[in-house]
Design a protein around this ligand. Structure first.
Ligand code: UDP
Ligand code: MN
Length: 370
């Protein structure tokens, strides 16, 4: 009996030891799973409202178009669901977006270096020298030395053809991808970029989301024969942001465009659908990637009547433009230190309203006292 009870307590002792050991082994396994870092954030859902989606059936497809004569609607339409419209989404990034996070590409051509580009370098580009890249088609060492601007000779043809313009866009895209920056924004050499507004707008989104921001020049989607995913017997409808007003693309979305846009693929995509550079961007994003353009009225080209822009809202816009001459002048109606003769584009006036301390800006006269 005594021997038996010693055996039992020995057994109990060994059992408790084994149990404790087992518990110790199990402790790490019973801990809650570590929190996954960097969970993808919810995609900002565009809250679209009625954009004039004139998706009616209509005319046969035109294939060769220029920027100002886009084809109208057509048959065999594949509808892209949901349109984005209006202002920024609710998304707020944790890290504050800075100007250095944006890659601004300016498209130009050798013959406009003096007449257009110099004005940009003197005005808004001077405030964003590090992040602005000028894509042109001819060397201009003198301009580069004198202004310190980032001028990139794409070696694309200087002609105003679809191929030449797509060639420049293709280089812009590749340089952006290489740059590691968060946002790609493209503008023409007749755009003024209001940098604080651009920063404010992009801060409302996250660069890892699919964001394509710009202004359509049409009130309906464009239609093209689908020659990338099929043989061209069906057509596809999509919105695109007009290049003449500028547009922006998040890095997340730009990376997804790579199969159709990187390393010269942009040129072959544009060739297949036979559309200009800005339409091709819209095609890749809306039609191939099924990401909707977020329509914004903060971007402006000279295809619209710029006089109609309320003067007190001009500095809140993201891009401005100018066009026409003399009696057909199409410029924003800002008033300031420069007359129309001194500042026909109004870009200097806008610049001095934004950055009054610039040395060449007229100094404000002390208020007249009675
Ligand atoms: N452009 C170009 N090569 C040319 C002509 C124009 O790269 O041979 C560029 C020009 O610098 C501008 C854009 O294309 O950035 C649009 O040109 P423009 O404003 O003259 O025409 P739009 O299409 O706006 O009427
Ligand atoms: Mn233009």
């Amino acid at each position: 009996m005594h021997i038996a009870s010693v055996g039992v307590s020995k057994f109990c002792f060994l059992f408790s030891l084994a149990f404790c050991g087992l518990l110790l082994l199990l402790i790490p396994a019973l801990q809650p799973l570590p929190r996954q870092v960097d969970l993808p954030k919810p995609r900002p859902q565009a809250r679209p409202a009625q954009v004039g989606t004139s998706e009616g059936l209509g005319k046969p497809i035109k294939t060769e178009i220029s920027r100002n004569s886009y084809p109208k609607t057509g048959k065999g339409v594949r509808r892209i669901p949901e349109r984005g419209i209006g202002g920024p989404q609710e998304y707020r990034s944790h890290d504050k977006l800075e100007l250095k996070d944006i890659f601004i590409a300016v498209k130009t051509t050798r013959k406009y270096h003096k007449s257009r580009l110099e004005l940009l370098i003197q005005t808004w580009v001077s405030q964003a020298k590090e992040q602005t890249f000028i894509f042109t088609d001819g060397d201009d060492k003198e301009l580069q030395m004198r202004t310190g601007a980032n001028i990139i000779n794409t070696n694309c043809s200087a002609a105003h053809t679809r191929q030449a313009l797509c060639c420049k866009m293709s280089v812009e895209y590749d340089k952006f991808i290489e740059s590691q920056r968060k946002w790609f924004c493209h503008v023409d050499d007749d755009n003024y970029v209001i940098l604080p507004s651009l920063l404010r707008l992009l801060s409302s989104y996250h660069h890892s989301q699919d964001v394509y921001l710009g202004r359509p020049s049409l009130d309906h989607p464009i239609e093209a024969a689908e020659r990338v995913k099929s043989d061209g017997s069906v057509s596809v409808k999509f919105w695109f942001a007009t290049g003449g007003a500028g547009f922006c693309i998040s890095r997340g979305l730009a990376l997804k465009m790579s199969p159709w846009a990187s390393l010269g693929n942009f040129i072959s995509t544009a060739e297949k659908i036979r559309l200009p550079d800005d339409c091709t961007i819209g095609y890749i994003i809306e039609a191939l990637l099924e990401v909707a353009l977020t329509h914004t009225h903060l971007f402006h080209s000279h295809l619209e009547n710029l006089q109609k822009l309320p003067i007190d809202t001009v500095l809140e816009q993201v891009t401005l433009s100018y066009g026409g001459f003399e009696n057909r002048r199409n410029v924003v109606g800002v008033v300031g230190g420069f007359s129309l003769a001194e500042d026909p584009t109004r870009f200097k006036t806008v610049h001095c309203l934004l950055y009054p301390d610039t040395e060449w800006c007229p100094k404000l006269k002390p208020r007249h006292r009675n």
